[in-house]
Design a protein around this ligand. Structure first.
Ligand code: HEM
Length: 239
């Protein structure tokens, strides 16, 4: 079971992610979108969307800092375990709660605003469920596990294991003593990666950098207002 969960499953899901992204890009490039529903409802979205997106972006930054950067680096620059843990838990709670509240408000909006509900597909619901489970379990770690049982030193186990996965040299022994809720969160996260290409979550894998350099789009009436005014008899005919 350990071999399946901590070697085979991560590689199956990462393969599904990469193959899925290629397939989606080559078969449906115009469908590579977050399917914005701003035109359907704006007021609630204006609060919920930034709360969720800024929260989750900060959570991802925290994952990079805690899992991809080795703890030896922090030791070398004088950041000890206690200081790291304090910042990780305080930062994780603030950003995780922002993401969770934002997600809750987005779900309430989707279910309560009729036009948004009518435009909701099964894949949208699957994407929301994947987010609720993964973010919920993440908060179960930072908000509940840590509070009940104290610090778990994942930088000595999950951190090196995930880096091993990325450099194709995984060590399952590192995952043996990891608490159950962390394991659940990781399995949920890999499932999240595998399904993302098939839902609106596909947009998380690209960033529209072209936006920053492209010329602004201007909308204007093609021939000015004169023909319209003339038709309405407001402007005299030039002849
Ligand atoms: C394989 C990938 C992942 C691993 C190994 C992982 C591992 C972890 C760990 C160890 C924590 C505890 C951090 C702490 O308490 O200091 C955590 C927290 C959390 N995770 Fe993940 N995670 C992964 C992917 C994800 C994904 C894809 C999401 C969201 C879509 C997510 C959302 C969260 C949230 C919301 C928290 C709580 C807030 C925080 O501490 O940052 N995680 N994760």
């Amino acid at each position: 079971m350990d071999v399946f969960l901590w070697i085979i499953y991560p590689y199956i899901t990462l393969t599904l992610l990469v193959v899925g992204l290629f397939f989606r890009y080559s078969t449906d490039p115009m469908g590579w979108t977050s399917k914005s529903s701003e035109l359907l409802e704006k007021r609630q979205l204006r609060v919920a969307s930034p709360l969720f997106h800024w929260g989750i972006l900060a959570v991802f930054a925290g994952h990079v800092a805690g899992l991809l950067i080795p703890k030896e680096f922090y030791n070398a620059i004088g950041v000890g375990q206690e200081a790291y843990h304090f910042v990780a838990v305080a930062g994780g709670r603030i950003t995780g709660i922002a993401a969770l509240i934002g997600l809750f408000l987005l779900i309430v909006r989707r279910l309560s605003v009729k036009r948004v509900l009518l435009s909701t597909s099964t894949s949208d619901l699957v994407a929301l469920l994947a987010l609720v489970v993964t973010v919920g379990l993440g908060m179960g770690i930072t908000g509940v596990y840590d509070w009940l049982f104290g610090a778990y030193h994942y930088r000595s186990t999950i951190g090196p294991w995930i880096r091993g996965i990325l450099v194709l040299h995984p060590n399952i022994a590192l995952m043996r003593g990891v608490p159950f809720i962390f394991k659940l969160h990781i399995v949920a996260a890999f499932t999240f990666f595998a399904i993302s290409p098939w839902t609106r979550l596909v947009h998380i894998w690209t960033f529209p950098f072209g936006y920053l350099r492209r010329a602004p789009i201007q909308y204007r009436i093609r021939y000015g207002l004169r023909p319209v005014r003339r038709k309405q008899g407001l402007d005299p005919d030039p002849e």
